[in-house]
Design a protein around this ligand. Structure first.
Ligand code: PNS
Length: 163
């Protein structure tokens, strides 16, 4: 049976580290859904639409990758896609504790769903969306941290005077 995996995240904004995980996961599964979490309680940097547009542009060349928004429980979204696999990226040991707690909570909620962890390339181990946001907001050069499409969408969105 073809195996679909779900790679969830805030992707606010997507980084080269995220895209590295997308590529790795796309080699392991028949299809991949990149699921952009909508968290209305959290003030976002880029809108969900901008994040989806950026991720779609970055994955255009691979028809096995889809990008969608989700809200509510991740396991409900994964089940709604008839998937049993959640992919998460790990950069360093410091990510482990949080990721283990979330994976165990998700397993309690949906025992049939496995969380699979993939390590990012070591050159991206320092990289996070918050680093990109801070460098961008302080006028630094963040072009080495994000794909070109993301850079353009950040500049368009922030230039347009979003908060
Ligand atoms: O990239 P992030 O910010 O670490 O992504 C977090 C995300 C969106 C994957 C996570 O917050 C999530 O799964 N949210 C959905 C709510 C949920 O299912 N919570 C239960 C697990 S504790």
């Amino acid at each position: 049976m073809p195996q679909t995996a779900v790679y969830p995240g805030s992707f606010d904004p997507p980084t080269l580290g995220h895209l590295d995980i997308v590529e790795r996961a796309s080699h392991l599964f028949d299809s991949l859904i990149v699921a952009v979490g909508e968290n209305s309680a959290k003030q976002s940097y880029l809108s969900v639409q901008d994040r989806i547009e950026a991720l779609r542009e970055c994955t255009l060349d691979n028809p096995a990758i889809q990008v969608e928004a989700f809200s509510g429980l991740l396991v409900d979204f994964v089940r709604s896609k008839s998937s049993r696999v959640v992919v998460r990226g790990l950069r360093a040991v410091s990510d482990f504790e949080y990721e283990a707690r979330v994976a165990m909570a998700n397993r309690r909620l949906a025992p049939e769903i496995e969380t699979v962890f993939l390590f990012t390339r070591d050159e991206f181990s320092f990289l996070s969306s918050s680093v990109v946001r801070e460098v961008a907001e302080l006028g630094g050069d963040f072009s080495g941290f994000v794909p070109e499409a993301v850079k353009r969408i950040i500049e368009r969105s922030r230039g347009a005077g979003r908060a």
